[in-house]
Design a protein around this ligand. Structure first.
Ligand code: GLU
Length: 449
């Protein structure tokens, strides 16, 4: 059972349910934020009077459009794409594009809603948005991906701009897709507007450390949570779900900080390697050959592959869910706690169900919600926009240091806010309130728009 809402917030939530039928992930994301806002309303009664929360829950603009494209055999396919421009109080809409067959309006709205508070937490001037399509990139050729991206951008370009809306990657959208999207935007508009997309290649306006940023940031955040408890990652056993961009660079940074990652996964199964995951193999399989993680055992015969295995049943000190939403439920959370896990930080967006979150909080382990723990990706996107605006290109070391400082600051502000509002150690409450207050004050200052 999710926690009860404050009496002023319950009718607002009922209204969200009523106005957005069937969008369960969006309902979940809104509920999780509203659960923590009760004490804010006592301190800021003007937010109630001016209906700031109701306004935040309603996207400023939602775009839904058809994307027709032809496969290599000439057959025609029709997909649906979305861009939800949720909130621009702090800056241009900012957030990734997700290509996955599960995408529908409710998924994009949950992601866009999370993005508002995550982006506010970074302290950088970016609003919140998200987009995507129900297109399935799995098994598609490069040419098919290119034709799909070009068709999508042929409609989306009119809604974008470096001061308007700046997409990036998410699940199913990486450097290759951003290249095709940027190429088509440049061609249609006849403008080399570098700051209109982030996650670009290093030769054409991308930022060093952007590829690594989400995974690295999640591990920096984990390190801060452990430090606050007088501990560190050194010598810890870590389990990372997923094997995409976020997981790969979480594993890399965890190894650099002296931890041993013993398991990772993809949607087919899990790999357990007690000697420590060989990241070079995972990178080759996933980034170059685009193959299944099961092929890991072709190289490392001692490792174990379990088809449909549950990664959360692998005992560990630290768990980093880096795959997708609702991948860790109440019973997984219980297993982790029983196995002695001391910290969980979310590299993915909303990977833990409300039941799982409650179990982590009751067990008082260090639990870093995605909004705070995975904000390093979008923060480094904002650093990419800075470099584009000043026609500059920073070194890896400098950019990584900026990222680390931002993650330290996000941890500090979430930690201190949780204390201030009477829930020490509750990073969910700390992150939600910190992000919310920044956005709400900006909205209030700008009047009723
Ligand atoms: N998709 C990433 C996220 O969930 C990054 C978004 C961006 O860089 O704009 O935050």
């Amino acid at each position: 059972m999710p926690a009860r809402l404050d009496e002023k917030l319950e009718p607002i939530f009922q209204d969200v349910l009523h106005r957005n039928p069937g969008e369960s992930e969006f309902h979940q994301a809104v509920h999780e934020v509203l659960e923590t806002l009760g004490p804010v309303l006592v301190k800021y009664p003007e937010f109630v009077e001016k209906k700031v929360i109701q306004r935040i829950c309603e996207p400023e603009r939602q775009i839904i459009f058809r994307v027709p494209w032809q496969d290599d055999k000439g057959e025609i396919h029709i997909n649906r794409a979305f861009r939800v421009e949720f909130n621009s109080a702090l800056g241009p809409y900012k957030g990734g594009m997700r290509f996955h067959p599960s995408v529908y309006l409710g998924i994009i709205k949950f992601l866009g809603f999370e993005q508002i508070f995550k982006n506010a937490l970074t302290g950088l001037p970016i609003g919140g948005g998200k987009g995507g399509s129900d297109f399935d990139p799995k098994g598609k050729s490069d040419d098919e991906i290119m034709r799909f991206c070009q068709s999508l951008m042929t409609e989306l370009y009119r809604h974008l701009g470096e001061y308007t809306d700046v997409p990036a990657g998410d699940i199913g959208v990486g450097g290759r897709e951003i290249g095709y999207l940027f190429g088509q935007y440049k061609r249609i508009t006849n403008r080399y507007e570098s700051g209109v997309l982030t996650g670009k290649g290093l030769d054409w306006g991308g930022s060093r450390a952007r590829t690594e940023a989400t995974g690295y940031g999640t591990v920096f955040f984990t390190q801060e949570m452990l430090k606050a408890r007088g501990d560190s990652l050194d010598g810890k056993t870590v389990v990372v779900s997923g094997s995409g961009n976020v997981a790969i660079y979480a594993i890399e940074k965890a190894h650099q900080l002296g931890a041993k990652v013993i398991a990772c996964s993809d949607s087919s199964g899990i790999i357990v390697d007690e000697k420590g995951i060989d990241l070079a193999v995972v990178k080759r399989l996933k980034e170059v050959e685009r193959r299944r993680i099961s092929a890991y055992t072709d190289v490392h015969k001692h490792a174990k592959y379990v088809e449909d295995g549950n990664i959360w049943s692998v005992p560990c000190d630290v768990a980093l869910p880096c795959a997708t939403q609702n991948e860790l439920n109440g019973s997984d959370a219980k297993t982790l706690v029983e196995n002695g896990c001391i910290a969980v930080a979310e590299g993915a967006n909303m990977p833990t169900t409300p039941e799982g979150v409650q179990i982590f909080q009751e067990a008082s382990l260090a639990y870093g919600p995605g909004k705070a723990a995975n904000a390093g990706g979008v923060a480094t996107s904002a650093l990419e926009m800075q470099q584009n605006a000043s026609r500059d290109s920073w070194t890896f070391a400098y950019t990584e240091k900026r990222l680390e400082d931002i993650m330290i600051e996000i941890h500090k502000s979430s930690f201190e806010t949780a204390e201030e509002f009477g829930s020490p150690g509750n990073y969910v409450l700390g992150a939600n309130i910190t992000g919310f207050i920044k956005v709400a004050r900006a909205m209030d200052a700008m009047g009723l728009i």
